[in-house]
Structures are given as C-alpha cells and as structure tokens.
Design a protein around this ligand. Structure first.
Ligand code: HEC
Ligand code: HEC
Length: 475
C-alpha cells in the first residue's frame, strides 16, 4: 500500500507539472495520431510531424515574443476554445486590427485546397506561417515604417534559453532560422485535428456518406442529404427539387473547400464598403460550432454572418444579400446557366441543414492539453526532463520497449530487466491495472476496456524502485 501511495504522488507530479512546463521525457503524441481511414487527404509533403518539432511549434505558437512589441502570439487570434479561430470579427494585432476575419485552423492538414489564406496567397502552410510575423499590423516584424525585420526576431530568440533546448531537440542543433520556425509551426498547425464528431461516429458505421447514419436523428440525416445532393433547377435558376449541393464545394468527409472553388458571392470587404472579390478558400466546415452549440466566431472572410441561418439565407438568394446584379466571379455551381440560384429553402430545410452542420463538431480539440498554452500565468516556461534522473533515461538505461503507442487493444512491454510490478494510471492518477511480471522480460496489458485518452504505464522493481514511466495513448 505504501509503495502504491508513493507512485501515485509521482505520477500526479508528472501530470500536474505540465502547466508552464515542457517535459522532454513525456512529449505528447503529435506524430502518430488516429486518422480515420476515410480521410485520404494530407498536405504534409516533406515536413512530417515529429513530437519534437510540434512541441517546438506549440511553444512558438503561444509565444508573444514572436511579435515585435511582445504583445501578440499566433494564439492571440487563433484560440483553442474557438477551434483556433477568433470570436471577434476582426482580430487585434500588435499594431491594429486585421483586414479579414481570423480563420479556424482545425484540420488544416487535411484539405483539398493546398494553398492557404482566404485568397490562397500562401502556396504552402510552411510559407504561410511566417507571414503573420512579418505583417506590420499582426506581429510587427515587417521591416517597414522603421520596424525591425525577421532577422532581428531570430537574434532575439537566440537569447531565449528555452529555444536553445527546443531547437536542438527538434533539429539536432540550436541554430534558429526562419526556415526552421516555418517547419516547426507548420508541424504544430497540422497536428491540430478533430475527428471525434458525431459525423465521424456515423461515418465509421456505414460505407459512404449517402447512406443514412444509424446514430443520426431523422432531421440530421435529412440535412446531410440536402447538403450532399445536387440541385434540380427549372432552367431559370429556381430550385424545384433535389438538395442544396453544399458538398460540391465543401467536400466531405474533410469538409474542406474544393481547390477549384471560386467565389460564393460574399464580395463585401470586412470594412463594410470596399469589395474583396478574390476569396476562394474557406476553412473546413467542421467545428464551425463549439460543442456548446454556439458559433466559433462570425462566418466568412468578413465575418458578415453571425448565424448559420444567415449563411443559408445567403446561399438561398445570393443576389439579395450582396446587392450585386451579375456577380462577375461567382462560381458556376451557384448558378443555373446564366441565372443565379434561388434555392427556395423551406423552414424545415433550414433546420435540417443546421442540424447536420452541428454534427461536424468534435470535442477533444477544444481541451486537449497537447494543443494548449504551455506558458504559465506569468509567461514563464520551464523545460524539464532530459536529465539522468528522468524517466526516459531510466527507460533507455533499461531498454524497456513499449508498443504500440497509441494502443488500441493490447500493449506489449519487452526487455523488462527484472521481476517487477507494472501499473497503469489514468490522467487523474487513478490506478487502472496492477500486475506483476514473471521475470521473463515480456509482459502484455489489455487496454480494450479503457476509454480513449492518456495513460501512464509505470514499472517498479520489487524494492519499490521506479524503473520507468511512459505516457501511452489509448485510441
Ligand atoms: C493579429 C491576428 C493574427 C495573428 C497574430 C496570427 N494570425 Fe493567422 N490568421 C489571421 C487572419 C485574419 C487570417 C486570414 C487572413 C487572410 O486570409 O487574409 C489568418 C490565417 C491564418 C492561416 C490560414 C488558414 C487557412 O486555412 O488558410 C494560418 C495557417 C494561420 N493564420 C496561422 C497563423 C500562425 C502560425 C500565426 C503565428 C505565427 C498566426 N496565424 C498569427 C489572424 C492572425
Ligand atoms: C461554389 C462553391 C460553394 C458552394 C456550393 C457552397 N459554398 Fe460555402 N463557401 C464557399 C467559399 C468560397 C467560402 C468562403 C467565402 C468567404 O469567406 O467570403 C464559403 C464559406 C462558407 C462558410 C463560412 C466558413 C467560415 O469558416 O467562415 C459556411 C458556413 C459555408 N460556406 C456553408 C455553406 C453551405 C451550408 C452551403 C450549401 C448551402 C455552401 N456553403 C455552399 C464556397 C461554396
């Protein structure tokens, strides 16, 4: 009993210290997250996510030092609780307001359209990541108006002690370059994924989107059908049947925008009087809603719509909203020949499409610590681990192998040095399993009945000495 009490203290210490701390011996699993097999898209190219690179990316993403006045981080405008978007219509940067609404960053890795920003001006995510840093309004390292440029940022970060450790961890030496900042930030952004929605639960049960999902209500299935199916027109732009064809541009199962999409007719600039016609990208339609049912911020590049009802009314009667008689770049999919579409949606149809869009929201992405702010309330960050007393060194000294991680059913341990006690704790330090090995060096633990989440597997020898602690993900 005494031994057990001690280990609980130890494990909770590992867990609780995580605020304001990066534990080099217990990096989060960014590299091998669960991706459903129906998701085939991936814009990773040659910058594969590593736990080390994404950990550096996480620190950079939350670090206000990336702005010239030390006031703005990426996370100032891309907030975890809003699916990495912003509840404000325009975001507050170091030197003013942004010109467009901040984009949610969920599932940026899994997009049909490889280019980034509302107007697709960044060819890759890597290229995108240092543009806000160099934007005068956003983070200030513009080199314009007497402001410092990005080379001065690199010099500044050189004097920050945790970056020496973190760049070395990610890239093998502590040199800080713009290229490396881009790689690490892009890895972190790509790691932000959301696949635990009710839509995903349903999609996994059937063999394709058109089939009714067993876990959906009738309205949600009807909304899905409307979202997926083509419009039937009368030849003059009036819908006389069929669906409302959102899926022709917001393509399931990623719900990312088609790379061929042109404008959807929202031409008004965010300032309310200019036009902003080059908008052809949208973030995924996943997680436009927060799990509590509120929107994760206003919608479209100008934040013009504050409810899904307004969005649907826009598509229902495009001319009416924009006041534009013959929109020049309106996507042909929103027209019937030369006539702009009139969807004639009923009250019931509005409600059904809304019910379906609500199923696209996950939960984990809003709270998972791996994407949260690593700094403490005073902006401090402590790097721990990587020293001789730490768990991974214990682990490597003893060569205990634990696999697979993440685990679905059975966790295997190999090269256990001596007869020992193996314990599994959940995130709250609750003992989930406690067994003894037989001294032959191998051991298996059944994880089938455990809920999805983070667990700590710990082994100690018969004298109560800790042999290793390892963070394991159950999926
Ligand atoms: C001051 C607010 C602000 C800050 C700071 C900021 N962003 Fe953004 N972000 C925006 C806005 C606004 C847009 C859309 C801009 C546009 O399209 O013209 C955007 C777009 C993006 C996109 C494109 C998403 C897509 O799907 O196309 C990515 C990725 C992104 N930001 C990442 C970052 C990273 C990484 C940082 C930190 C280095 C950062 N942002 C800092 C406001 C901000
Ligand atoms: C022709 C392609 C196309 C079709 C069809 C289409 N959209 Fe869009 N959608 C876009 C584009 C482009 C944007 C970005 C426009 C902007 O921000 O100005 C967008 C933006 C959105 C947004 C805002 C996303 C955000 O993060 O702010 C929502 C919500 C949306 N569409 C829902 C729908 C629904 C629902 C339907 C079906 C009724 C639909 N769309 C049909 C192209 C399309």
């Amino acid at each position: 009993m005494k031994k057990l009490g001690l280990s609980l203290v130890l494990v909770s210490a590992v867990y609780c210290l995580s605020l304001g701390t990066i534990d080099l011996d217990n990096l989060y699993n960014y590299a091998f997250q669960y991706i459903p097999d129906y998701i085939q898209l991936d814009n990773t190219r040659d910058n594969a996510i590593t736990d080390e690179g994404a950990t550096l990316g996480r620190v950079l993403f939350y670090d206000k030092k990336l702005s010239s006045d030390n006031n703005t981080a990426c996370a100032s405008c891309h907030q975890q609780e809003a699916a990495f978007g912003d509840l404000n219509t325009l975001s507050i940067g170091s030197f003013g307001l942004t010109g467009r609404h901040s984009m949610r960053l969920v599932n940026a890795r899994f997009s049909e359209e490889p280019k980034f920003f509302w107007d697709e001006r960044a060819l890759t995510l890597e290229e995108q990541t240092t543009q806000p840093i160099q934007d005068h309004t956003e983070m200030g390292y513009s080199g314009e108006f007497g402001n410092p440029d990005i080379s001065e940022l690199l010099t500044k970060l050189d004097t920050v002690s945790y970056y020496e450790t973190l760049f070395e961890l990610a890239f093998g030496d502590s040199e800080i370059t713009e290229d490396r900042i881009q790689l690490a930030l892009a890895q972190f952004v790509r790691s932000i994924q959301s696949f635990d929605s009710r839509y995903d639960a349903g999609r996994a049960m059937v063999n394709g989107d058109p089939i009714p999902f067993p876990n959906f209500t009738d309205d949600e299935n009807a909304g899905k059908k409307l979202f997926l199916e083509r419009v039937q027109f009368d030849g003059n732009g009036n819908r006389i049947g069929g669906g409302v064809a959102c899926a022709s541009c917001h393509i399931p199962p990623s719900f990312s925008i088609d790379d061929q999409s042109r404008s959807n007719g929202v031409f008004l600039a965010a300032n309310g009087f200019d036009t902003d016609e080059g908008i052809t990208r949208s973030p995924t339609l996943r997680d436009i809603f927060h799990p509590d049912g509120s929107l994760n911020g206003p919608l479209m590049h100008n934040g013009q719509f504050t409810s899904i009802r307004q969005v649907l009314e826009h598509y229902n009667d495009i001319e009416g909203v924009t006041g534009n008689a013959s929109p020049p770049v309106l996507d042909a999919r929103l027209k019937d020949g030369r006539f702009v579409q009139k969807l004639n949606m009923t009250e019931e149809e509005y409600a059904q499409v809304t019910a379906f869009l609500l199923t696209l929201t996950g939960e984990d992405v809003y709270t998972n610590e791996m994407w949260s702010d690593p700094f403490d309330a005073d902006g401090g960050l402590t790097i721990m681990g990587g020293n001789p007393l730490s768990s991974s060194n214990l682990e490597s000294k003893n060569d205990v192998e634990i696999y697979p991680n993440p685990v679905i059913e059975t966790l295997h341990l190999r090269n256990i040095p001596e007869e020992s006690q193996i314990m599994v704790f959940d995130q709250n330090g609750r003992l989930m399993a406690n067994t003894q090995t037989d001294g032959r060096g191998k051991h298996s633990i059944d994880f089938t009945t455990f809920e999805t989440g983070i667990y700590f597997v710990q082994s100690q020898n018969m004298n109560g000495e800790l042999i290793m602690v390892k963070r394991i993900f159950k999926i």
